[in-house]
Design a protein around this ligand. Structure first.
Ligand SMILES: NC(=O)c1ccc[n+]([C@@H]2O[C@H](COP(=O)([O-])OP(=O)(O)OC[C@H]3O[C@@H](n4cnc5c(N)ncnc54)[C@H](O)[C@@H]3O)[C@@H](O)[C@H]2O)c1
Length: 244
């Protein structure tokens, strides 16, 4: 029996990188997984796998969330797990940023995460049980120069704690993970620069980047009943970067 046997999970940004790895891992552990993403082409590929249902979603759309959660409830009878993973990044400095950049990043990473909880937690509450894992980032804890991205992930960090305390008596646990630099399409430009890569590796006690499967494993733990007395935690997955 899998660690998520018969659970119904929604994974946003499930068509790429860390999200795609979470989808695979959850299915292996017995879950039915809704991969929700804005990228329809990548979603179609993800949905070819057994027990994976691709659904198009822009996480910033209230209407989109309303209709997706209603469809999932009608089709599968419940929602057990939400992984707020969809995200976007920028390397712009403060000098280069304008309001449009700020709004774009914060709307998807921050507001999108809040909307996910707003529309899934009521279904979890009906069963007095649920688990949410939000994707923050070590850039919300240390200065890595990713300005508006860091701010948006700081919002994820804060709202995770607020939601954990608000929903604890509804039986819904809310935790956050803080990945370091993980090998996905999001960091492709960093990986292609020998200098940047050497700098990150030098600052990471383990001396290497993380792999999407290493993030998926930690998220699996927090989403599963193995973490039944854990809520509001901030778990770094960073090869020791923030321990320095
Ligand atoms: N890769 C890293 O180093 C790293 C580090 C810390 C945190 N994170 C976080 O992990 C999460 C996953 O990142 P990744 O590295 O796998 O990136 P990725 O670019 O490979 O995947 C992000 C996914 O989010 C989807 N997405 C973007 N905007 C969306 C929207 N409006 N609605 C729905 N889906 C949308 C994209 O289509 C894509 O499939 C993000 O929240 C990211 O900020 C990544």
């Amino acid at each position: 029996m899998g660690r998520l046997q018969d659970k119904v999970a929604i994974v946003t940004g499930g068509a790429s990188g860390i999200g795609a790895m979470i989808v695979d891992r959850f299915v292996k552990e017995g879950a039915t997984v809704i991969a929700a993403d804005i990228n329809e082409d990548a979603l179609n590929k993800a949905s070819e796998k057994e027990n994976v249902y691709g659904m198009k979603l822009d996480v910033t759309s209230e209407e989109g969330w309303k209709s997706l959660t209603k469809d999932v409830q009608e089709k599968f009878g419940k929602i057990d797990i939400l992984i707020n993973n969809a995200g976007v990044s920028t390397e712009k400095t403060i000098d280069e940023l304008d309001y449009k950049d700020w709004e774009f990043l914060n709307k998807i990473n921050g507001f999108g995460t809040m909307l996910g909880m707003k529309y899934t937690v009521p279904y979890m509450t009906e069963n007095k049980k649920g688990a949410v894992v939000n994707l923050s980032s070590i850039t919300s804890q240390v200065g890595m120069g990713l300005n508006s991205y860091s701010a948006s992930k700081g919002a994820v960090r804060a709202i995770t704690r607020a939601a954990a305390t608000q929903y604890a008596r509804n039986g819904v646990r809310v935790n956050a993970v803080f990945p370091g630099v993980i090998q996905t399409p999001m960091v492709a430009s960093l990986e292609s620069s020998d200098q940047a890569l050497a700098q990150i590796n030098a600052m990471t006690p383990m001396g290497r980047l993380g792999k999407p499967e290493e993030v998926a494993s930690a998220i699996l733990f927090l989403a599963s009943d193995d973490a039944s007395y854990i809520t509001g935690v901030e778990l770094p997955i960073d090869g020791g970067y923030t321990a320095l």
